[in-house]
Design a protein around this ligand. Structure first.
Ligand code: BGC
Length: 811
């Protein structure tokens, strides 16, 4: 069952039924000011950091689901309704939510009154703009009472949910003209406030939640709205809100626009006050003036649209399959940009309090957005690298507001350092900017011990070399990419987190074959980079170590039919046929086949066939098989999940592309494509009622074959799945791959495809690429012709001449 449809021309998903199987959300803002918005107007806003600078309040895990947001209430006689259906849940005559590129339009119609709200964060603006258009589509004159609503958060989202003995006494607001200012804690340790304005006179307002709702009423029943009378309340402590009250008269056929602005302001110490106890509102007024007419709002929206036109023009495919084209050209690239902005911090599955920017996560996300915003990717790489330690290890995460690493969600994940090589080389391959390697970058934010970024890559590489276990495989530390394979934790206290509890290193023999594969792949990239820097000795050293690792994997990492996953604390195999459960895992098959380890000996082929046979199912490739049915203390969190969910045998979508890429390395275009299609959201739209999450973005996991309800997805939006699937489809299946010296063309497609076209902007030139497959091949090009000239390799040269070039490829 579907709940809407794709409108590819407008780059929108249009939801036509408000009762989606889970709130289907969108993100507003792409720099400093951000909002999450659901299809019924739920969600919240923050400045840079969802934990430390939360502007409006949101309650997770609520009943009913998704309560609290940027709401409008309409009182039309005795009928009270909201354009997004929620929170009133009055049946609407018409409902539509259009989620587009960083904007959302929610419209509802009831008894001839149509209300449409456009929500977006204009470029370079610390504010969310809401343009509400109300139209009288009935034949008679109508009087409407309109109430807006937002609820302020007391800035620190965690303290806001916990420290009520203080919070209930601190709330402060100011009201001036049609603007409510939220200034809790401004007089002491904060230099910021928020405001909510409207560009019309108001006939009343409320700023105290209890006065607005009535203490025992829900969001669906604000007493003021039901009474049709604002209380003009001024919050002192308790829970400050902002609500405008506006009376409207509409002639038949008449429409009116109102512009609301929800903004954030910082003032310097000297400029904090207008007069004693009165905040300095100058900057707020400036923002309000910038959007005080519909024309100004419309032109800001046009700028945002142009911004996205540009971002989405860098890679476009024309495959003849609309489901593929829409995901590659629009939604997958959009999702990658969202992961750039939010890492794993704030979604409808991530509370915005738990996790900041991940070291490994952000490096991997980079491969999905570096072509769109190389300048910001560069800055991101330098930010991430400066949270690294001198021995190459790193904080697992940092907070975006402070850019300092912290151990709040644990540390000691031994895969972390290697991802910096992926992030950096991807950036240089896209841009040709080798200069980034010479940037001086702090260790643990301490500039006095700064070294070049290149040196950071060296210590990343060496962190593995210096932490090998008894078989010569990399020690796993707390965990590798699979956060839940905690081989050194031995936790039996349900109140401790697997990620932060003790991580025994003394006596541990726990090694990871996945990190070994990763080391081979990115060790080679590191060596390549060394050579390009004229560091032949270092390149040779690296290649020797990589070759040793390849041998070690073949010797100790091979189980006969597939690669084993790890060795546990005691040195026993994990992911081997010898095990009762968890005989085979996806990660080591992915990394070892991507790196082509043992391909001459037939290992890659066998490993990929084993994946097909044991891990593949209708929903995708599950993480492990058989699923764990009991808790194994020496394996940790992975065995705590019920079978088929999360890291215990769900289709964990992040790692499926590793197998897709492994299949393309082996030349199996049909299989790579089959795996791609299975988990791609645009192909799952028809089963939205089962799949549950948005059909326009990937989720982190889909319940696997062992689950109670296979096919149900969770954790949509903020997942490495976005970048890896984009990487797999564009660089390995369609096979257009940026490299240091040009664009490699190396498609690996189903034999039945006749071809496809790609437009790729790359280093200041536009390449119009046409791939033809007259002989029904999957891989291997027969001919590459650039601007009429046959090339001797499969690399399109760098032109950098701001011109268009025609590229013809015959498989
Ligand atoms: C984390 C990743 C991790 C993955 C697998 C995700 O939630 O963000 O860092 O690799 O889970 O455990």
């Amino acid at each position: 069952m579907k709940y809407g449809y794709f409108n590819d021309k407008n780059r929108e998903y249009v939801i036509t039924n408000p009762r989606t199987p889970w709130p289907w959300i969108n993100y507003l803002g792409n720099e400093d000011f951000f909002s999450l918005i659901s299809n019924s107007g739920g969600g919240y806003s923050f400045y840079k950091d969802a934990k430390f600078r939360r502007l409006t309040r949101y309650r997770y895990n609520n009943v009913p689901m998704d309560d609290g947001g940027k709401y409008f209430y309409i009182k039309d006689g005795e009928t009270i309704w909201s354009p997004g259906w929620k929170p009133c849940r009055t049946e609407l005559d018409e409902y539509e939510c259009r989620h587009g590129m960083n904007y959302t339009v929610i419209s509802g119609e009831k008894n001839g009154i149509k209300t449409s709200v456009l929500y977006f964060v204009p470029l370079n603006t610390w504010a969310e703009v809401q343009k509400l258009t109300i139209s009288n589509n009935s034949g008679e004159k109508r009087k409407i009472q309109l109430f807006s609503f937002v609820e302020w958060c007391l800035w620190n989202a965690a303290a806001d949910m916990e420290n009520f003995q203080r919070n209930f006494s601190t709330g402060e607001v100011e009201i001036a003209d049609s603007v409510v200012y939220h200034k809790t804690e401004y007089k002491e340790r904060r230099n910021h406030y928020a405001f909510y304005s409207v560009n019309a006179p108001v006939q009343g307002f409320d700023t105290d939640r209890e006065s607005f709702f009535g203490l025992y009423n829900g969001f669906d029943h604000p007493q003021t709205v039901f009474d049709g009378k604002p209380r003009n309340s001024v919050a002192h402590g308790w829970s400050p809100i902002a609500s405008h009250y506006i009376e409207l008269e509409l002639n038949p056929g008449e429409s009116k626009d109102l512009v609301f602005v929800l903004g954030y302001i910082e003032n310097s110490e000297e400029e904090k006050w207008e007069s004693k106890g009165v905040i300095n509102k100058r900057k707020a007024r400036e923002i309000i003036d910038r959007f005080d007419t519909s024309q100004k709002v419309d032109s800001a929206l046009d700028e945002l649209r142009n911004y996205w036109d540009n971002l989405l023009s860098i890679f476009t495919v024309d495959s003849g399959d609309e489901k593929l084209d829409r995901i590659v050209n629009i939604w997958n690239q959009y999702q990658c940009m969202i992961t750039f902005c939010f890492s794993r911090s704030a979604s409808f599955f991530e509370s915005g309090i738990g996790r900041g920017m991940g070291f490994r996560d952000s490096n991997q996300d980079l491969i999905g957005f570096v072509h769109q915003i190389p300048g910001r990717a560069r800055e991101r790489i330098l930010d991430i690298a400066s949270t690294q330690f001198q021995d190459g290890g790193c904080y697992h995460q940092y907070q975006p507001l402070t850019k300092r690493g912290n151990n709040d969600i644990g540390g000691g994940f031994n895969d972390d350092p290697l991802w910096l090589i992926l992030g950096t080389t991807s950036y240089i391959k896209e841009t040709g900017d080798f200069g980034i390697l010479d940037e001086m970058v702090a260790f643990d934010n301490d500039m006095s011990v700064a070294r070049t970024l290149f040196d950071h890559l060296t210590v990343s590489f060496d962190h593995v070399v210096n932490n090998l276990g008894p078989h010569g495989l990399p020690l796993i530390g707390r965990a590798d990419w699979n956060d839940c394979l905690n081989l050194n934790c031995f936790s039996n206290d349900p109140n401790e987190s697997f990620q932060t509890t003790e991580n025994k290193s003394e006596g541990s023999k726990a090694e990871s074959v996945m990190i070994a594969g990763l080391f081979v792949a990115y060790g080679r990239d590191y060596a390549d980079l060394c050579r390009r820097r004229g560091r032949e000795d270092e390149a040779a050293r690296a290649l020797n170590l990589v070759a040793e690792m390849v041998d070690t994997i073949k010797k100790f990492g091979w189980d006969g039919e597939w690669f084993i996953r790890a060795y546990d604390f005691f040195g026993r195999k994990v992911g081997s046929n010898e095990n009762e459960e968890g005989k085979i895992f996806i990660e080591s098959q992915g990394w070892c086949t991507m790196a082509g380890i043992g391909s001459d000996e037939g290992m890659c082929k066998k490993a990929l066939d084993s994946v097909k046979e044991r891990l593949d199912c209708e929903q995708g490739i599950v993480l492990n098989n058989p699923a764990f049915t009991k808790y194994i203390i020496e394996y940790g969190e992975i065995s705590s999940y019920p079978a088929g969910y999360k890291e215990n045998a769900a289709v964990f979508c992040h790692n499926n592309p590793w197998i897709m890429i492994g299949e393309t390395v082996a030349g199996n275009g049909d299989r790579a494509w089959e795996y791609y299609r299975k988990i791609c959201p645009s192909y799952l739209e028809e089963i939205s009622d089962l799949h549950k999450t948005e059909p326009y973005v990937y989720g982190q996991m889909i319940a696997g074959k062992d689950a109670f309800r296979p096919g149900e997805a969770k954790n949509s939006w903020l997942t490495g799945t976005a970048s890896w699937n984009f990487y797999a489809i564009t660089q390995f299946i369609l096979g257009i791959r940026p490299d240091y010296d040009g664009l490699i063309v190396d498609p690996c497609i189903p034999g039945s495809w006749k071809g496809f076209k790609v437009v790729r902007k790359f280093r200041n030139a536009v390449y119009n690429i046409e791939v033809l497959n007259p002989n029904g091949k999957s891989k291997g090009i027969t001919e590459l012709v650039v601007d009429g000239e046959r090339q001797s390799s499969n690399v399109i040269p760098v032109f950098g001449d701001n011109r268009e070039h025609s590229v013809k490829v015959i498989l």
